[in-house]
Design a protein around this ligand. Structure first.
Ligand code: ZN
Length: 567
């Protein structure tokens, strides 16, 4: 009898070693990963090979198309007749013990053309006067939120998913929407009559940030910030010119900024034409290749064709062309000397958030016509046309205090609108299937989340989301460690925060899989910090090497996916 007991204890111990504590071993995946029965098979095979136990599959994007059968959304194009992508994934995944979460893109429209939803409801598009080609849903309209809620709950009702997942559950930034519904609501809440200026003229007052240059020498100051630091300058050198937008102007979605940039591009003969976006190696190394993406989108939004160029290929830039330096803080002395020669000989340069580190180069000072730096700022500022200049026609004056209060009201309205959608979906989902998880992919640091009105700390506090997956797509361990510290200050045991990690990296223009060692190192850091899992972005980068490393390493013992307990 004694021996029998011992045997039971030994068997129980052996079983436990094969089955670790619940842990979420998850991955994000896209429509091509489930488009056909063969793709579904490949997906579950790859996940099994890596011993992953949960998949977040993008099922609603691309202008309101779905990767499942729905009366509310047409099916995404390309699935063979009779194939139900989500349905097939659920069957294949559940057969292998893999959980399936349906992933929805809420704010971003995902289609540059009107597509499905904006053809039926053109009035549902956010009208924030931004010049970019990206379209966004106007989450400020109750009808839009109700529609998205219905889309998500309809999927949950009709499919045996283990959860539903928000993404782009945010705006593209701070700002306003000029539609009647939003204008009226903000007016009603704040008691401030709507703006007489629509943002298409200077003075312009809004939240902005920048690393300004200062100490004009030869530059003509076209506009200043309200603290008198130059905001827009134009400098003539030889037969060429250089213009400076002295802050992160590409992040200021106001028509006045786009109009000024277009005016300068026209002056340079570069409107609608090819421009050369200079990417200095030192800047790219320090700030990452992705640091130029917003510049590319901005230039495309202005109607240009940006072509990336590095210092080694400056000789390829034709005389008289336009070179754009967007967030180029470090510029080599050789590139500065080339710029001086290029502009002097009739070339054009457009700087956005100027070269604060490189401005000590005398050649660069002569190009821009400013000789020093101001102080970094991130606050509510006005851009005011300077007296005596004629390039910018001033619009109606603005009262900075009123504008500040108005902007705060808009920000609160935007945050409330996003939160209201989360709240409605959560309540609906729990009424429908209490066991289903409701989660969201979110910006990983609070400041960035705030800047897009994504109050995920507030959602967790209020209990209207089961857990969040902050997208900490960072290189190496120190930035991840910093992020984990920030999360722990809010959720000390990481009960409701599952880190999102990238398994891709940039290699020149290519996006490739990370090496397995760096994936394991980040996974290990998360686990040893107490995280109950990790979610990887994304399946297409899950190389055989990473699969083998995960399955043979941290995931050697199988585990059920972790979910936080009920509230
Ligand atoms: Zn609106």
């Amino acid at each position: 009898m004694r021996h029998m007991h011992l045997l039971v204890v030994i068997l129980a111990a052996a079983a436990a070693s094969l089955c670790a504590a619940p842990e979420q071993r998850a991955i994000w995946a896209h429509f091509p990963d489930i488009k056909s029965p063969e793709a579904v098979q490949r997906t579950v095979d790859a996940m099994s090979a890596a011993r992953l136990n949960a998949i977040y599959i993008l099922v609603w994007y691309d202008g309101g198309l779905a990767a499942y059968r729905s009366a509310l959304s047409p099916m995404m194009a390309g699935a063979p007749e009779g194939h139900d992508p989500l349905g097939a994934l659920i069957a294949a995944a559940h057969a292998r013990g893999i959980h399936v979460h349906a992933w929805f893109a809420n704010g971003s429209y995902g289609w540059k053309q009107p597509g499905h939803v904006f053809t039926v409801h053109p009035e549902w598009q956010l009208d924030d006067g931004s010049s970019g080609p990206e379209r966004w849903y106007d989450l400020g309209q109750p009808a839009v939120r109700e529609f998205e809620r219905d889309v998500m709950l309809d999927c949950l009702a009709n499919y045996d998913v283990d959860g539903i997942h928000f993404d782009y559950i945010r705006y593209d930034g701070r700002g306003v929407c000029h539609c009647e519904t939003c204008e009226q609501e903000v007016e009603r809440r704040s008691g401030i009559p709507r703006a007489t200026s629509d943002g298409s003229t200077f003075p312009l007052a809004c939240e902005m940030s920048g690393n300004p240059l200062d100490k004009p020498t030869t530059a003509q100051v076209l506009a200043t910030f309200d603290n008198r630091v130059p905001a827009l300058t134009l400098n003539a050198l030889g037969t060429g010119e250089a213009v400076l937008l002295n802050w992160h102007a590409s992040d200021t979605p106001h028509a006045a900024v786009s109009a000024f940039a277009r005016q300068m591009l026209e002056r340079f003969g570069a409107a609608g034409a090819k421009v050369y976006q200079l990417r200095n190696t030192e800047t790219t190394v320090r700030y990452g290749p992705g640091s130029q993406d917003s510049g590319v989108r901005w230039l495309e939004g202005l109607g240009c064709e940006p072509a990336a160029i590095d210092e080694a290929h400056l000789a390829d830039v034709p005389p008289g062309a336009t070179v754009v330096l967007h967030n180029q803080y470090l510029i080599s002395p050789a590139a500065a000397a080339w710029l001086e020669e290029f502009v002097t000989a009739g070339g054009h340069a457009l700087f956005v958030d100027g070269p604060v580190f490189a401005i000590k180069e005398p050649a660069l000072q002569r190009v821009i016509g400013l000789a020093g730096t101001g102080e970094y700022f991130n606050e509510f500022r006005a851009v005011i046309p300077a007296e005596g200049q004629e390039l910018i026609k001033p619009g109606p004056p603005v009262d900075l205090d009123v504008e500040k209060r108005r902007a705060a009201a808009w920000e609160q309205f935007r945050r409330d609108s996003v939160t209201d959608l989360v709240r409605q979906v959560y309540a609906g989902a729990k009424a429908l299937k209490p066991e289903a998880q409701v989660s969201a992919a979110v910006f990983y640091d609070r400041r960035s989340a705030d800047s897009v009105c994504q109050d995920w700390y507030g959602w967790l506090r209020e209990g209207i989301i089961d857990y969040v997956l902050p997208m900490a797509y960072v290189d190496g361990l120190p930035p991840l460690e910093k992020a984990i510290d920030e999360w722990k200050a809010f959720d000390p045991t990481l009960e409701r925060i599952i880190p999102g990690l990238s398994i891709y990296r940039q290699e020149g223009d290519q996006t490739v899989s990370r090496d397995a060692a760096s994936v394991l190192a980040q996974q290990e850091l998360c686990r040893s910090s107490g995280a109950r899992g990790t979610c990887y972005f994304s399946l297409e980068f899950l190389s055989p090497e990473i699969q083998a490393a995960l399955a043979g390493g941290p995931y050697a013992e199988i585990a059920e996916p972790y979910y936080p307990g009920g509230r």
